[in-house]
Design a protein around this ligand. Structure first.
Ligand SMILES: [Zn+2]
Length: 88
């Protein structure tokens, strides 16, 4: 059984080396979650990026998409226990 590694920050399955940050398969986050310098994006940066992505793909407004992004991120290892999504 092969286990597909998933990005700790967005949950994307990383199959090929090019899916990893900097094409480095020892990293535990994907290229979408890496900044140009190769370090991982912060919670706020990832939340913004995910909200834009979700808004576009699921035809939500940005406010709703941010809520969806926050609840999805709360389930991911990178953000568990972080200041994630205080439900206001
Ligand atoms: Zn990712």
């Amino acid at each position: 059984m092969e286990t597909t590694q998933k990005c700790i920050a967005c949950g994307m399955p990383m199959v090929a080396a090019r899916d990893f940050a900097g094409a480095d398969d020892s990293k535990d986050y994907c290229k979408h979650c890496a900044k140009p310098d190769g370090s991982m994006q912060s919670y706020a940066e990832k939340l913004d990026a995910m909200a834009v992505f979700i808004a576009k793909n699921e035809a939500l407004n940005l406010v709703a998409a941010r809520g969806v992004a926050a609840s999805r991120m709360a389930k991911l290892p990178a953000w568990k226990g972080s200041a994630a999504s205080p439900r206001a």
